[in-house]
Structure formats: structure tokens, C-alpha cells
Design a protein around this ligand. Structure first.
Ligand SMILES: Cc1cc2nc3c(=O)[nH]c(=O)nc-3n(C[C@H](O)[C@H](O)[C@H](O)COP(=O)(O)O)c2cc1C
Length: 189
């Protein structure tokens, strides 16, 4: 296969999306959209996440060292797109009031409509020039009963929850359907 050499890009390399939930100083929940999320191994499964620049999610995590990561599905996409394109310092941001519940083991806000949520505790911050990598311990995984009860195949369950992928600044459904450019799905809210 002949290849074209490019500058750094992750186009055509799909990423899974998560909404990170944190609490601010007043105990108000904030959610931001993130895709630089993957796993690590250090005696047990852990998570590594990168946040670039300054944002409310980063400030809140620095103060409390905990956050939730809620899997984004097609049903959640308009909300997720909005939360990824609206800074947390905008006082209007969380006026949409998505349904949230308390984490089971950590003081983090959990999105009720997300079928998989990690409750994460940061073990190590690795500050870079502008971004920051966080190595996290998974303190709990909250799975919708539809997934956790063992009935049905993994394929059927994935089709039922339909996680969203992103690449080329667009969103794609679990079946590969184009769900629009970043900033488009939020217009349906
Ligand atoms: C599809 C998508 C993926 C994103 N992924 C990341 C990411 O992995 N890291 C990051 O620092 N910002 C990411 N962002 C930007 C944040 O979601 C955005 O800055 C958001 O406003 C942060 O919210 P907050 O200010 O409430 O923390 C992403 C935005 C979009 C639309």
C-alpha cells in the first residue's frame, strides 16, 4: 500500500467519547466531553486521560482528585456535543440539568442516562507544557443492568447502547453512520 506522509493527526483513528463529571467549589456538577482516554496496567486495570489547556473539568479534578467518566451513546450525543462546545465557566452551561445521581464510592456526579460509568481517582498528575496526563485508579464501574445481567451477546448489547466514535472532527454511530460534525448535534437540543 502506498502511503502519504502527514503532520501529527489522528484522523481515521476512531476514539470513544466520555463525559467527565466533576463538582466545583459550590458543589455544582459540571460535565465536559473528552476523547483522550485510554487504559493502563499497574497491578490492576487503570485509566489514563489527557486534558489540554485550562478548563473547569481540569480545575475541579485538581482540587478533588476524583471524577466520573460516562460513556457517550447516540442517545446522549446532542447533550455531549453541547457539553463539549460550551466552557464550564459559562454560568449558563449546566442550566440544561441532565439527570444525575451520586457515585457509589466517590463524591462524583454520574450521568443517569449513560450505560457505563467509571468512578476515577487520580493517582498521578503528569503536567506537560500545556496539557496534563492523569493516571487514574478505577474505584468502581457502574454498568446498566442491560449490560451487566449477562443475557444476550456482546454484539447485541453494543448495538443496544450504540456508543459514539469520533474522528476527522465528526461523530460516527456504532454502525458507522455519520452523525455530523462537531457542533452540529447540539443544534437539535
Ligand atoms: C468531540 C470532542 C472531544 C473532546 N475531547 C477533549 C479531550 O480529550 N481533551 C480535552 O482537553 N478537551 C477535549 N474537548 C474539549 C472540551 O470538551 C471542552 O473544552 C469543554 O468545554 C470542557 O468543558 P469544561 O470547561 O466544563 O471542563 C473535546 C471536545 C469535543 C467536541
Amino acid at each position: 500500500m502506498s502511503k502519504t506522509r502527514l503532520q501529527p493527526t489522528n484522523d481515521f483513528c476512531p476514539q470513544t467519547l466520555y463525559l467527565y463529571g466533576t463538582y466545583d467549589d459550590e458543589g455544582k456538577a459540571d460535565f465536559g466531553l473528552f476523547c483522550w482516554f485510554s487504559y493502563l496496567w499497574d497491578e490492576e486495570l487503570g485509566v489514563m486521560a489527557c486534558i489540554g489547556g485550562s478548563k473547569l473539568t481540569k480545575e475541579n479534578i485538581h482540587k478533588r482528585k476524583v471524577f466520573s467518566a460516562n460513556l457517550v451513546t447516540e442517545k446522549l450525543l446532542p447533550l455531549a456535543d453541547y457539553l463539549g462546545n460550551t466552557p464550564g465557566h459559562n454560568p449558563e452551561k449546566m442550566k440544561l440539568h441532565p439527570e444525575i445521581e451520586a457515585g457509589k464510592v466517590l463524591p462524583v456526579p454520574v450521568l443517569t442516562a449513560s450505560p457505563v460509568t467509571y468512578e476515577l481517582e487520580v493517582r498521578q498528575f503528569i503536567p506537560l507544557k500545556d496539557g496534563e496526563v492523569m493516571l487514574c485508579r478505577i474505584r468502581s464501574v457502574l454498568q446498566d443492568d442491560l449490560l451487566a445481567d449477562g443475557k444476550g451477546s456482546a454484539s447485541e448489547k453494543m448495538q443496544a447502547i450504540a456508543p459514539v466514535h469520533t474522528t476527522c472532527r465528526r461523530y460516527f454511530g456504532w454502525d458507522g453512520k455519520d452523525l455530523g460534525a462537531w457542533g452540529e448535534p447540539m443544534r437539535s437540543l
